[in-house]
Structure formats: C-alpha cells, structure tokens
Write a protein that binds this ligand. Sequence first.
Ligand SMILES: Cc1cc2nc3c(=O)[nH]c(=O)nc-3n(C[C@H](O)[C@H](O)[C@H](O)COP(=O)(O)OP(=O)(O)OC[C@H]3O[C@@H](n4cnc5c(N)ncnc54)[C@H](O)[C@@H]3O)c2cc1C
Length: 353
Amino acid sequence: MRGLGLYPLPEGVVENTFSAANFYSPNGSKFSVTLSSPVTCAVNRARFDQFLAEQAQGAGAVFRLGERVSSLIVEDNHVKGVKVAKGNGAEEQVPARLVVDAEGISSRLLRQAGLQALMRDGLVYAVEAEVDGVCGVEDHAVEVYVGSAYADGFYGWLIPRLDGTAKVGLAVRRGNPKVFLERLFRVHPVASRQLKNAKVTSLVFHAISLGGPIPRAFGNGFLAVGDCASQVKPTTGGGVVFGVTCAKIAAEVAAEALRKGDLSAETLGLYQKQFMDALGFDVDVMLKARKAINSFSDTKLDRAIRFAQKVGFGKSLRDIDEIDFQGRTLLTVLRKPAAYATLAYLLGLYLQL
Ligand SMILES: Cc1cc2nc3c(=O)[nH]c(=O)nc-3n(C[C@H](O)[C@H](O)[C@H](O)COP(=O)(O)OP(=O)(O)OC[C@H]3O[C@@H](n4cnc5c(N)ncnc54)[C@H](O)[C@@H]3O)c2cc1C
C-alpha cells in the first residue's frame, strides 16, 4: 500500500494491525512467528473500497451504480464497448476505445473477449464468517489452521479485531466449505476452544483462483485486472495487493495507448509483460510452495510444524517487512541457519524420506 501511495489509510479503514501469526497443525501443534514490527493490517473492506472509489472519482472517474455490463461489443475481434443492463430492464450500448474488465472471479466477460477463462483446477471455494465472542487469541496475531481435515487444499484463518469480533474462514478444493467450517468450530483442537462461545453474525461464500495470473490478460481494445485475471497470491489467496499493483500498471499502459491512439493487442501486451515482471518471480515461488504444501498429509504437517517450532524457525522470520512478494522474502530468510534446517526438513518430508 505504501509503494502504491495508499498508506496511511484514512481513519476507520484499518481495524487492526498484525505482527504475529500462529500456525496450527490438525492435531493442534503450534508454530509461532512474532515480527519486530507490524507487517500487515486488516481493513474494513467496504470503507477501503470507498476510499479507493473516492481517489478514482477525484481523478475523474464516473460511477454508474445499479447497472451491470451484460456483454461486450466485439467487432472484427476488437472490443468496441459494452452493453449495459439498466435497472428498468432496458439495455444501453456504451461505445469505448478501451474496456478494462475488473469483474472479479466470475470472469464471464473475459471469455467474451476471446481470452482463456480461469482454470477450474486452480480454484478453491471459500467461506468467511463474521463472529462475535472469540476468546483466548492474541490481539495482534493471526491464527492459521492447516491440514486437509479442516481446509483441504488451502487453510483456515481467524483474524481478530480488538473488540472480540473476528473474521473466521477457510477454503477447500472440493466439498462444501460450510461443512468444513462447522467442523473447525466444533472439532479442531485449538479453534474449537477459541470459538466455543462465538456467535456467527454473517457468512459469505466466494471462489478464489490460486493458479497464478492468466497467460493473456489483454486483447484488442481490452484489458483484464484483479481476480478475473487471477492476479492473486497462490499461497494465501490474497488479491488486493496484487490486484491494485496490476491496476496501476494497467492504467499507465492504457493512458499511453490512448495517447498514441493505438489500442491493438500488440501495444496493450506491454501490460502483461510489465505485471509479470513485477509479480512473476514471486508467483512462481508461491505456486511451488502451494503445490508442496498441498502434497503434505496431515501427519506430515503435524511433524513439520513441530519441527519448525523446535528449531526456532520463527526467529529467522522476525525481521520480515514484506509478506506480499513472498519469493523475494524467501531469499532474505534463506540467509538464516534455522530457515535452512526447516526447509531441508520440509524437503525431506516432501520427498518422503
Ligand atoms: C472470504 C474472502 C476473504 C478474503 N480475504 C482477503 C484478504 O485478507 N486479503 C486479500 O488481499 N484478499 C482477500 N480476498 C481476496 C480479495 O477479496 C479479492 O482478491 C479482491 O476483492 C479482488 O478484487 P477485484 O476488484 O478484482 O474483484 P471484486 O472485489 O470481486 O470486484 C468485482 C466487482 O465487479 C462487479 N461486477 C461483476 N460483474 C459485473 C458486471 N457484469 N457489470 C458490472 N459490475 C460487475 C462486482 O459486483 C464487484 O463489485 C478474500 C476473498 C474472500 C472470498
């Protein structure tokens, strides 16, 4: 956010800041990391989006609320605008020299632009609950629950606020995430204690694309940004920082293309090159990490977490000040002996030694 000129955020947007994380294996073994300073924050998402919207408006953006793009106008393989479904059932044609698609995970318009839709095998299905009455958690630590018994193919999370409320969620590769969430609440050796008196006040469901950015997020007169282009961290599923980073690149490439009057795919392809230069290395490392973690049985995860705690791997991570670009962070961490020991142990487990 700082790098993008968006920090500090206005009052009321940040709900909590975090400098620690506790990771739990399925049998309740714990591995803790405490950083020397806060490295991430939880935002009130509605207020955060409102803040971004105000910035956009200040720069000249005009919002048309209560209307949806029903389809793209495509002529001779060139996107020429959108058709908008209005609240009263009418449809309006809106011509445009360039369409930037930021429709989120549905990626329906992406297909109409002739681009490859998100790969189904890269998707996980998430549920997140707002809860009230969490107990036994630290104020500035995120709780993470790993293992296929509770979150097959992903992980579960608890993100506390200072008033005893929290966001609790998980995602799974297959099956009903709500069933897994109920199991986390009732059966998990640690989460069940933290949530024993908690009341769920709301639930949301959403897919997350973990396969890394799509190979082509541009066409003639068309760019795709954010979740619809799978600009999401394959390890954590976080899409805000990657999405906003790519949106900035998209805006710069779009402005230059409009100035030159050349909206061809050839010119707009610079967007793909620039965002892959910015994210490509980290995405590669994260894809490999995700694949390795997914291959671990719950028993191996129990052993890995116990080992990491025993050798003090958490201390190697103490000075981390960056958790979004995780490939680069790993290179920094690798200078520490406990990190080597842990990674060697994980590699051993991965190779089933
Ligand atoms: C439970 C959960 C927790 C998450 N937690 C985090 C987190 O802690 N950190 C993080 O970085 N990321 C998190 N994410 C991911 C993050 O929310 C997304 O990556 C991010 O919102 C993507 O932004 P986006 O603008 O691409 O898409 P979205 O935020 O999905 O926005 C797409 C917008 O387009 C609109 N739209 C869709 N179709 C049309 C249409 N045809 N016409 C007009 N409008 C349309 C939608 O209504 C929506 O407003 C989480 C996701 C989930 C599901």
